[in-house]
Write a protein that binds this ligand. Structure first.
Ligand SMILES: [Mg+2]
Length: 137
């Protein structure tokens, strides 16, 4: 059990989607759904909302990562889904904005797989703590 059952990857690069599949293969049995921009991601979420994690690019056409987060965090159904922002070097301002909007963490491109794995483990540990807190409280 990894605790990671379903993950939504939002990025406008098909190459990045393929790369994530390679990086995430260690989470056996985890379903990975792809969206190419924020609007597509909202569409995916409207069909199924029980995601354990969202990996989010910032710079995308149609609806970028910041605009997506602004919408997501206003919605009670989705706002608790942990988000890891995949940011680009030199775009620290965007990363800060995403963190202010409630992103759980971020990694800077280009990153090594183990960096993303470590972050995912931390996010999942936090999530299970939050669940325990909610149950006892
Ligand atoms: Mg992009």
């Amino acid at each position: 059990m990894t605790g990671l059952n379903k993950i939504l990857v939002v990025d406008d690069s098909q190459l990045i989607h393929s790369m994530y599949r390679l990086v995430l293969h260690r989470y056996a049995g985890c379903r990975i759904l792809d969206a190419m921009n924020g609007l597509e991601a909202l569409d995916v979420l409207s069909k199924e909302s029980d995601f354990d994690l969202i990996l989010l690019d910032i710079n995308m056409p149609v609806m970028n990562g910041i605009q997506f987060m602004e919408k997501l965090k206003k919605d009670n159904l989705y706002r608790k889904i942990p988000i890891i922002v995949i940011s680009t070097e030199g775009k620290e301002e965007d990363t800060l904005t995403a963190l202010k909007l409630g992103a759980t963490g971020y990694v800077v491109k280009p990153f090594k797989p183990h960096m993303l794995h470590e972050l995912i483990e931390k996010v999942l540990a936090r999530k299970s703590l939050a669940t325990i807190g909610a149950k006892s409280g």
